[in-house]
Design a protein around this ligand. Structure first.
Ligand SMILES: Cc1cc2nc3c(=O)[nH]c(=O)nc-3n(C[C@H](O)[C@H](O)[C@H](O)COP(=O)(O)OP(=O)(O)OC[C@H]3O[C@@H](n4cnc5c(N)ncnc54)[C@H](O)[C@@H]3O)c2cc1C
Length: 486
């Protein structure tokens, strides 16, 4: 019986275990796996708190469905009835400009306008800025195929104002990153395809929009709830984690509250790998998947592969926090007519964005209450996560008072700090990841948000990819053993 160790019980590690068990069965390989999570709970960045009727997400609040892997996994786990779409009839996003919230014009896809009238009449971008964005229709595509930063790309195609007011807070914001350092190839490869294929982002996005409008929504005639671009689960994303854990417990060994301190590689021993737990216990395996943050993975492999450790440490991380505030509706004057707002750096605010959670989703606040969530920290303001709870809540409330006029006393306040929680995909990231993979010993695999996408769907897919790699590796081992016996 082959043995596999998976370190890290975030979505990437859990998805690895899920697909490993399925794919091993399909390939006729008998294996046992052990998944070790250092925290007392599984889920990693997926963390939902239920408090006084509020459903509070500390990390992700939804997953994108255009990348289908998380949605598929939720359905396979029997969660179709629990899926929760966004309230798209109230989908409006605002940008803070000169201290005022200005609506992002209807039809802007990421940063590209696809509806002319709302864009032309919007006060968000100045006239010179709009004309500069229009030049995208005639600027020839880039000829080199080397990586570039998101900022360089947007400046080149759409101009500085589109970068400052839309791309920086919205697109780099998704990655909690500095757009001047963020790799376009690793984060928005679709833009590169569109530029090369259509010669213009606006033309390419318009074509994509027309095609999408012609396609039927598959959920329209099915028992599934309507599939919106972002989806969550009624009781919060922790339901995905709980369903995975329930399923996995029937098949493998799952440990929480134990930290792996070191991994040892012993190519000539009967088991090529051993992992030492912080209670001194040694687990042995034929193959290991490390689904931990890159800097943790570096410490784990340091002893037998210092070069790999050094490469892993080149992946930078930044820290963030989320501050959720729940209010009584009666105390609250603002209409919350949208999904929230983002704040360009040039506004000089301490918070980076705020989601109007109880508008974006149903079932997030009890009757007659509202829920908001502010984002603190990130590439330029990491030090803010060191504020104590009272100071952080005061800071968020002061800014919400200035921006939204909210002076009410919150009924609840919940802070989640993510110290070095956000991997940074700097320019050249994909090459760095390929080099890391090449440095791994046979049977050792890396998975998780540090490598091939930070979103839940990407991490799910990465777990699937790692599982495939393990099964392929074990099949080769079995073939070799059979040949030796013969
Ligand atoms: C505030 C915030 C908001 C986000 N919003 C979204 C969103 O809306 N949509 C979206 O798709 N994505 C979002 N993301 C990104 C997404 O949540 C993460 O990228 C993803 O959940 C990471 O999963 P992972 O399994 O790679 O890593 P993690 O979740 O970090 O899991 C790694 C696990 O390894 C464990 N571990 C560490 N060291 C050891 C050790 N030595 N031994 C054993 N276990 C160990 C950790 O405890 C952890 O549980 C957000 C992230 C943050 C921080």
């Amino acid at each position: 019986m082959k043995q596999v160790i998976i370190v890290g019980g975030g979505i990437a590690g859990l998805a690895t275990a899920y697909y490993l068990q399925k794919q091993a069965t399909d390939a006729g390989i008998e294996l046992e796996y052990t998944l070790i999570e250092s925290d007392t709970e599984f889920g990693g960045k997926i963390a939902t708190a239920h408090r006084d009727g509020f459903v509070i997400e500390g990390g992700p609040d939804s997953f994108i469905t255009q990348k289908p892997w998380a949605l598929q996994l939720a359905r396979e786990l029997g969660l179709s009835d629990r899926l929760l779409g966004t309230n798209d009839e109230r989908r409006k996003v605002y940008v803070l400009v000169d201290g005022r919230l200005v609506e992002l014009p209807d039809g802007v896809m990421l940063v590209v306008p696809t509806k002319m009238m709302p864009f032309v009449t919007s006060p968000l971008i100045s006239w010179p800025g709009k004309l500069r964005m229009g030049l995208d229709l005639v600027i020839p595509p880039r000829e080199e195929d080397s990586d570039e930063s998101l900022a360089d790309f947007i400046r080149r195609r759409l101009g500085q104002e589109a970068l400052d007011k839309i791309a920086e807070p919205l697109m780099a914001g998704i990655h909690v990153a500095d757009p001047e350092r963020l790799s376009l190839q690793a984060t928005f490869p679709r833009f590169i395809d569109i530029e090369q294929k259509h010669g213009s982002l606006i033309r390419g996005m318009l074509t994509a929009r027309r095609r999408r409008a012609q396609r039927p929504n598959p959920s329209r005639n099915s028992s599934h709830p309507k599939t919106t671009i972002f989806m969550s689960l009624r009781g919060g994303l922790v339901e995905l984690v709980d369903a995975l854990v329930d399923h996995l417990e029937q098949h493998g060994t799952l440990l929480t509250g134990w930290r792996i301190e070191k991994v040892h590689s012993r190519p000539d021993a009967p088991y090529a790998y051993a992992a030492r737990l912080d209670n001194g216990r040694l687990l042995q395996a034929d193959s290991v998947v490390l689904a931990t943050p890159a800097f943790v993975t570096a410490d784990l492999v340091e002893e037998f592969n210092p070069e790999l450790a050094e490469g892993l440490r080149d992946i930078r991380y930044v820290s963030t926090a989320t501050v959720s505030l729940g209010f009584r509706k009666d105390d609250f004057r603002h209409p919350l007519n949208g999904f929230g707002f983002v704040i360009p750096r040039s506004e000089g605010c301490k918070i980076a964005a705020c989601t109007w959670t109880s508008t974006k989703f149903d079932d997030r606040a009890p009757d007659n209450h509202v829920l908001l969530r502010a984002f603190v920290g990130g590439a330029h303001d990491e030090h803010l996560i060191d504020l104590d709870d009272d100071a952080m809540i005061r800071m968020v409330r002061d800014e919400l008072a200035d921006i939204m006029g909210v002076t009410a006393e919150p009924e609840i306040a919940e802070i989640f700090r993510w110290d070095k929680g956000n991997p940074q995909y700097d320019v050249g990231h994909l090459e760095r990841v390929a080099a890391l993979e090449a440095k791994c010993e046979p049977g050792l695999f890396l998975a998780g948000s540090a490598y091939r996408g930070v979103g839940i769907p990407d991490c799910t897919k990465d777990g699937q990819r790692a599982a495939e790699a393990v099964v392929e590796y074990l099949s080769v081992l079995e073939e070799e053993a059979t040949k030796r016996e013969a």
